[in-house]
Every structure is written in structure tokens, then in C-alpha cells.
Design a binder for this molecule. Structure first.
Ligand SMILES: [Zn+2]
Length: 124
């Protein structure tokens, strides 16, 4: 009775790899940051000044953000012409507004049909 019992290790290395990939993906999805070279070019072009309120930041102090004029969801790209320097509060306000607009658009698309489902009409 020579049963073949050779099995691969229960701790498959691919599990560790996929977990690392997931973490990398999550952290990327969380930040969605502009490439730092482009970000610096954007700050430099705008003289480290928030283009909404006029706040002047300092290089590397983290108070300025490079914002997409047309966000990625709307098809905007990572090119300098589509980036604008905003301070953090202005960027947060814009993000909140865009998110609210996105929610409103989704709600409008997901309206219930005016007619009830035929199966729910009862009668007969
Ligand atoms: Zn601002």
C-alpha cells in the first residue's frame, strides 16, 4: 500500500505574495497621490500658493496638495495642465463637494421605477 502522500506545504508562498500585493494596492488606492515630480512642478508653477484662497505654503511642509482639475474619475490625467495647487482645507472642501455630487448622481441613476413591479400589483 504505497499511497502517494506527497503534498505541497500548507503554507503556500503565493499567499504571502498576494497579501503583500493587496496591502500595496490598498495603500495606493488610499493615497491616489500625484507623482511627486509632477506635484513639485505644479507647486513651482503656482509659486507654492493655493490657487483658491491664496495661502502660501513652504516646500515640503505638507500643507499644499496638487489637485486634479478634472479628477481621475472624470477622465482627468496626471499632466501638469490638469493640476492645480490647493492648500489642504481647500482640497478637502473640494473633495467633499465632489463626493457629495457623485453620491447625488448615483442616487439619481438608482431611482426606483415609477411603475410597481407587475408581480406586486396583487388583484387577479
Ligand atoms: Zn486654500
Amino acid at each position: 500500500m504505497a499511497k502517494h502522500l506527497a503534498r505541497p506545504s500548507p503554507h503556500e508562498p503565493h499567499q504571502a505574495r498576494s497579501r503583500a500585493a493587496l496591502v500595496a494596492w490598498q495603500s495606493h488606492a488610499g493615497t491616489r497621490s500625484v507623482p511627486s515630480r509632477l506635484q513639485q512642478a505644479c507647486f513651482k508653477r503656482d509659486r507654492h500658493t493655493c490657487q483658491r484662497c491664496g495661502y502660501v505654503g513652504r516646500q515640503g511642509d505638507g500643507t499644499l496638495h496638487a489637485d486634479h482639475i478634472h479628477n481621475r474619475a472624470a477622465g482627468g490625467g496626471d499632466e501638469l495642465a490638469n493640476l492645480v495647487t490647493l492648500c489642504r482645507p481647500c482640497h478637502d472642501a473640494k473633495t467633499t463637494r465632489e463626493r457629495a455630487a457623485g453620491v447625488a448622481a448615483r442616487k439619481a441613476r438608482c431611482r426606483l421605477p415609477a411603475e410597481p413591479h407587475p408581480g406586486l400589483r396583487g388583484g387577479g
